[in-house]
Design a protein around this ligand. Structure first.
Ligand code: NDP
Length: 330
């Protein structure tokens, strides 16, 4: 099977020469392990962080070795009790066609209950990120006015729709193209949306939220964060989920110039990691699963085919090629 190795640590934007698609032997599963033929691979912004050596919340990818990421596949050989050939499992050994996975690191998923790719997105990691970040970190409550950046992406599109379903007074989204902005308003039910490439984020946010915002769900950082602080209402909350605008920076980005506004507003800004919130997973699936099935919560995926396009799909996420979750289908 083929697998993607990291050869050198990218400086700035990752370059194709930093990676190699390598042919590797398909090993037999050992005691307590299964062999999985991967069917869907996840590519996510946080992977950029793992390509660097800097200390972070997950260990860096090792040079000359296969990278990792979320994946769903079919079990083709099993040496583990409780998992049979033909079962489908979610696991963490993506960026490769075949993976040997210890049973304890594999979660069986039901292809009848949801399309398999949904376990990587709307009902998986990015879905839980939206749910936990909005409800727990941002302490969302009915009547709040919510602003979310990266709003046409996997996490952001779910944040905005969850807020609407849970009684937000107003939901505003920002995204990087007019087509994405149209999708937010016309299909996902956002009250307002703007293209951050079309002008100043703070001006556009002020126009879209004349009464200010109570919650900002940050996927982007930079001028978006400063704009949100500038529009924050008394008692406002900012959940820092991601800051994709800085991931390829080679120098630290300047911080928001208006942090003092947090005093006046008694505002709170708090970062979170989805990994700390898996206790919410059953509640998340119970509550959001039916909305996904009924179509009340809509989602899109951008699907790229073939292991050879895994890297391009990842770079595409950083460029904004995707609408909704970026998925690689093998
Ligand atoms: P998305 O599906 O949102 O894809 C990333 C999007 O970011 C792109 O589609 C692009 O859309 C946008 N983008 C890229 N560069 C910029 C920029 N310079 N300024 C503004 N927007 C930009 O990815 P995810 O939903 O998977 O992740 C969204 C955020 O959530 C990321 O910051 C990620 O790191 C974070 N995250 C954090 C987790 C946590 O536990 N804290 C867990 C999962 C994700 P556009 O066309 O609109 O520019």
């Amino acid at each position: 099977g083929r697998e993607w190795h990291l050869l050198s640590r990218p400086v700035g934007w990752p370059k194709p020469e930093d990676f190699a698609l390598v042919e590797a032997e398909v090993p037999a599963p050992g005691e307590g392990e299964v062999l999985v033929r991967n069917m869907y691979l996840s590519v996510d912004p946080y992977m950029r962080g793992r390509m660097s050596a800097a200390k972070s919340y997950v260990a860096p990818f090792e040079l000359g070795k296969v990278m990792q990421g979320g994946a769903v596949g079919e079990v083709v050989a099993s040496n583990a009790e409780g998992i049979a050939v033909g079962d489908h499992v979610l696991h963490f050994f993506g960026w490769r066609e075949y993976a040997v996975v210890a049973a304890k690191n594999a979660v069986t998923v039901d292809p009848q209950a949801a399309p398999l790719s949904a376990y990587l997105g709307v009902l998986g990691m990015t879905g839980l990120t939206a749910y936990a970040g909005l409800l727990r970190t941002a302490s969302f409550k009915e009547g709040d006015s919510v602003f979310v950046s990266g709003a046409a992406g996997a996490v952001g599109s779910q944040v905005g729709q969850l807020a609407k379903l849970k009684g937000a007074s107003r939901v505003i989204g920002s995204a990087g193209s007019d087509e994405k902005v149209r999708l937010l308003v016309e299909e996902y039910g956002f009250d307002a949306a703007f293209n951050y490439r079309n002008g100043s984020v703070s001006d556009q946010l002020r126009a879209a939220a004349p009464d200010g915002i109570d919650v900002y769900f940050d996927n982007v950082g930079g001028d978006h964060l400063e704009a949100a602080i500038g529009s924050l209402n008394h008692g406002g909350r900012i959940a820092v989920c991601g800051m994709i605008s800085v991931y390829n920076n080679t120098e630290p980005a300047p911080g928001p110039r208006n942090l003092a506004r947090l005093i006046q507003t008694r505002g709170r800004i708090e970062g979170f990691l989805v990994g700390d919130h898996y206790d919410l997973q059953p509640q998340f699936v119970r509550e959001v699963g039916p909305w996904v099935r009924s179509g009340e919560l809509k989602y899109r995926e951008t699907v790229v085919e073939g292991i050879e396009n895994n890297l391009e799909a990842f770079l595409g996420v950083l460029r904004g090629d995707n609408t909704g979750k970026m998925i690689v289908k093998l």
